[in-house]
Design a protein around this ligand. Structure first.
Ligand code: GLN
Length: 188
């Protein structure tokens, strides 16, 4: 299994370590040629506006969008979720726009800029969730399975081959969510 990790900006190294600990082959994706022969793609946290700009400049936006629409498993965390969203409530941009969710950026305000809670994500119980200037999912389309909610807000969801979450599983030692994604890739 070969997993591509978008490595234009943000927390890609932490995702790399997590997938390598699970025994996956990992490839950092910076340009179009890195994007060949991968079985799944991770979109890390960071700054969605910067990542979106680089995706366009590298000519990666359209090929990634087409691959995701074609069924390639993709896992977006935080800024990566924002890249996947069909709509951003408080920002006119749309990047990949493949996932039927509306997200709100920087949704927790300054006081709760970053925080940690332990909560369930579906069958994954008591996961340590780290939020950093996080978005949340304000609304989700009919085909979207809500996987986790915190304070009544949706913070993790799946739609077909797309897994998106507001928090950063790569910043903990807990590999269960990366394992969940690896299983999505295996089954694809
Ligand atoms: N606030 C960032 C954005 O809007 C996301 C933060 C993160 O990825 N930790 O892109």
């Amino acid at each position: 299994m070969k997993i591509g990790i978008l490595a234009l900006q943000g927390a890609f190294a932490e995702h790399r370590r997590a997938m390598e600990r699970l025994g996956a082959e990992v490839c950092e994706v910076r340009r179009l040629r890195d994007f060949r022969g991968i079985d799944g793609l991770i979109l890390p946290g960071g700054e969605s506006t910067v990542q979106g700009k680089f995706l366009r400049e590298e000519g990666l936006l359209q090929p990634v969008k087409e691959a995701v629409e074609g069924g390639m498993p993709v896992f977006g965390t935080c800024a990566g979720l924002i890249l996947l969203a069909q709509k951003i409530a408080n920002d006119p941009n749309v990047y990949l726009g493949t996932m039927s969710v509306t997200v709100c950026r920087n949704a927790y305000g300054r006081q709760r800029g970053s925080f940690r809670v332990t909560s369930d994500m579906g069958a994954i119980k008591d996961f340590p969730m780290v939020f950093i200037r996080a978005p949340y999912i304000q609304s989700a389309g009919r085909g979207v399975e809500v996987l986790a909610q915190v304070d009544g807000r949706i913070v993790a969801a799946r739609e077909k081959n797309m897994l998106g979450m507001a928090f950063h599983p790569e910043l903990t030692d807990d590999l269960r969510i990366h394992e969940y994604f690896a299983e999505m890739v295996r089954r694809a």
